[in-house]
Design a protein around this ligand. Structure first.
Ligand SMILES: [Zn+2]
Length: 359
């Protein structure tokens, strides 16, 4: 996920998303009565919106947060259903899983074929040459009498269309209106100006199909294998969180100094959660844009911080002068943002980037 827009800055972006929190709470509260579940859904919604924030034009942020909340609620119910069915299956073993999985793979293959058929012959050839045969944009440009930049832009447009057509093929449906495809394309390509031009935000609120498809289109790149979540309740979780962060950062080729910095910051945040605000969670994510980095999110369900400005002042510590405190962690990391709701909890988001020029 690319939470840190280089244009807006983490703090600004987090602030924009945090401002949506009361509205998201209302949307979720109206549909989910269980308070703990509602909190989880709100948190998941904000995480997802944060993950898509740089591909969404600012005016669309609110509608996107609303449909995301609905999608998260729907998938929560679905997950519970599946769980219930599987519990049943423990008793009744007559239904093996395999044929179902085979069927799914077939379905995906035919959706890819249907989507490819929607592209022009030239688009298809370029895409296959690049993605399957690994031909680079420079040599493709030479063949087409074009520039590498133009070829790259064309490839991006083709991929964006392919994603839209693939999802539509999986749905086995034609969109209900002729506004759908332009909206879906604007989302898929992350083209914020097009999103504004086609009034994508309003359309998402009116069209159930596009609302549902907006999720996979805007969440792409947010791969599960790029994310580690560690629940934080007690001391040993601090160690697990630190190890998880170190592992992810090691995989990205961070220097030993930076590994220590990242591990120290994560320890500090996790220890803070254990002492004052458990249960909580540390989420470590891989960033790829504008260069590689790790994003660490420390979320807790504690009393919250009533004065964030003050908490970030040197000499002020949330726990009586032990450890680095928030100001220390902020200095260690490249980007740092806090969202706190008194009585509900605090989310600290921080990023360490690879130095410029690193792989
Ligand atoms: Zn639509």
């Amino acid at each position: 996920m690319n939470a840190a827009s280089p244009a807006g800055g983490l703090e600004e972006v987090t602030h924009d998303v945090a401002a949506l929190m009361p509205m998201v709470r209302r949307v979720v509260g109206a549909r989910v009565s269980d308070q703990t579940l509602a909190d989880d859904i709100v948190q998941e919604t904000l995480l997802r919106v944060l993950g898509a924030v740089e591909r969404v034009e600012p005016g669309m942020l609110e509608p996107y947060a609303i449909v995301t909340a609905r999608n998260v609620i729907a998938s929560t119910w679905k997950e519970r259903d599946r769980h219930r069915r599987n519990q049943h299956r423990i008793v009744d073993l007559r239904l093996p899983d395999e044929p179902v999985e085979g069927l799914l793979a077939d379905e995906e293959r035919s959706a890819v074929n249907a989507a490819m058929a929607r592209l022009s012959e030239r688009e298809r050839q370029t895409l296959v040459a690049h993605e399957v045969h690994g031909q680079d944009t420079r040599s493709l440009a030479a063949e087409a009498g074009s520039t590498a930049g133009a070829v790259a832009a064309q490839l991006n447009r083709s991929r964006a269309r392919l994603r839209v057509e693939y999802l539509l093929a999986l749905e086995r449906t034609e969109p209900p209106s002729d506004r759908c495809r332009p909206v879906l394309l604007a989302l898929s390509s992350g083209d914020r100006r097009r999103q504004r031009d086609v009034d994508a935000g309003r359309h998402l609120l009116e069209c159930a199909l596009c609302a549902r498809l907006s999720q996979p289109l805007l969440e792409r790149g947010h791969k599960r294998e790029d994310e580690v979540r560690v629940p934080v309740r007690e001391d040993r979780d601090v160690v697990l969180a630190r190890q998880a962060a170190r592992e992810v950062a090691t995989g990205l080729g961070f220097s030993r100094t930076d590994l220590t910095v990242i591990a120290t910051s994560v320890s500090e945040m996790a220890r803070n959660i254990v002492r004052f605000a458990a249960p909580g969670e540390i989420v470590v994510q891989v960033l790829e844009e504008p260069r590689s980095g790790v994003l660490v999110l420390a979320h807790d369900t504690g009393p919250g911080i009533s004065d964030v400005e003050q908490a970030l002042t040197d000499g002020y510590s949330t726990y009586h002068g032990l450890g680095l405190g928030l100001p220390g962690v902020r200095r260690l990391m490249d980007e740092f943002a806090i969202v706190s709701e008194p009585g509900r909890g605090t989310t600290v988001t921080m990023i360490k980037w690879q130095p410029e020029g690193s792989p």
